[in-house]
Design a protein around this ligand. Structure first.
Ligand code: XUL
Ligand code: MN
Length: 344
């Protein structure tokens, strides 16, 4: 039995197309995906604005709300809820050079329109969280933007969202690069600094993705711990990453089991989820995965989270204390390795 409630995004089951090649699996209907997610034990769905309301640029504000209500009915049918809505600004021709930080005021206005619509959709879906993954917010050409102005544009944009809806919470999902070269808000430290600079820091927090922390050269469990210490960890995207390369979104724990263990350990030690937060997955199937295995990476990730929860439950804190007192970190480290290898 897991202590956690799990969430997943519909993009976690995909056709396998990448920058270098076409689809390798059939796309699956949205309803089929969420039916399967419910069967697998997920209790919430993560949404981009256009996952919930496709083609929303073509619709009026009323039509967008109407479509969102239909989505809510579909979630109800499977006993699921929405965890958050994230404006998918990076896909749009209006925001090729970023949204909130674009040098074009028209593009910045468009980014705000999509953000307000995301808040409307969240309200219709019955959730109070907006996630900002700031995909193209930063520079490709370092001299094209002032990092000072860009940071202030982000703070202004968040302030506008906080003013638009007095209940909404904004979760920034930091990532240091990709697709942008130099991101403006790359780590949890950046997120908390931006939060503090807004008109209502109590409604601005973070969502930590393991792979993004690794890309920043940081240990995800420390990023999680830092945000927990500040009461700002309102979401996680557990996954894994093999070193400094493109964002891989591998199944949780498959590259660095000890690091994965420490993520679950810090979450459990601090009772993550007690305010209703979800353990979200953000994992991709390998391109080689065949159609009927399209959910396997999700099943495997859930299995690994739960197995690591058991390892954490068995962690011998008395032994840890003794090792620390004797400064026997070699012994403590070996104890962790033996626990993970199933020797202890
Ligand atoms: C991108 C990423 C996104 C966000 C949602 O790296 O993690 O899937 O989590 O927009
Ligand atoms: Mn993510």
């Amino acid at each position: 039995m897991s202590a956690f409630k799990f969430s997943v995004g519909p993009w976690n089951v995909h056709d396998g197309a990448d920058t270098y090649g076409p689809p390798v699996r059939q796309e699956v209907e949205f309803e089929e995906k969420i039916k399967k997610f419910a069967e697998m034990g997920f209790s919430a769905i993560q949404f981009h604005d256009d996952d919930a309301v496709p083609n929303l640029n073509e619709l009026t504000e009323e039509e967008i709300k109407e479509e969102a209500r239909k989505m809510k009915a579909l979630l109800d049918k499977y006993g699921l809820v929405a965890e958050f809505v994230a404006p998918r600004l990076w896909m749009d021709p209006h925001t090729i050079d970023g949204g909130y930080m674009s040098t074009s005021s028209k593009d910045r206005e468009f980014a705000m329109w999509r953000s307000y619509r995301s808040i409307d959709i969240a309200n219709e879906l019955g959730c109070d969280k907006i996630v900002l993954w700031l995909a193209r917010e930063g520079t490709l050409c370092a001299e094209s933007k002032s990092p000072v102005e860009a940071t202030n544009h982000l703070i202004d944009a968040i302030n506008k969202m906080l003013n638009y809806d007095k209940q909404i919470k904004i979760l920034i999902e930091p990532k240091p690069n990709e697709p942008i070269d130099r991101s403006i808000c790359g780590t949890m430290g950046h997120v908390l600094a931006v939060s503090a600079a807004t008109i209502d820091p109590s409604r601005v927090g973070g969502l930590l993705e393991s792979a993004h922390a690794v890309l920043a050269g940081l240990d995800p469990s420390h990023e999680i711990g830092f945000a927990l210490a500040m009461n700002k960890l309102w979401g996680v995207h557990l996954n894994d990453q093999n070193g400094l390369k493109f964002d891989q979104d591998k199944s949780f724990g498959v590259e660095n089991l000890r690091q994965a263990f420490n993520q679950i350990k810090v979450l459990k030690e601090n009772d993550y989820g007690r305010y209703g937060e979800y353990v979200g997955l953000d994992v991709k199937a390998m391109r080689t995965t065949v159609d009927h295995d399209r959910y396997k990476h999700l099943e495997n990730s859930l299995k690994i989270v739960k197995a690591l929860e058991e390892k954490v439950a068995r962690f011998d804190y008395d032994y840890q204390k003794k090792c620390v007192e004797a400064r026997d970190y070699e012994g403590l480290e070996m104890y962790v390795m033996e626990l993970l290898m199933g020797i202890k």
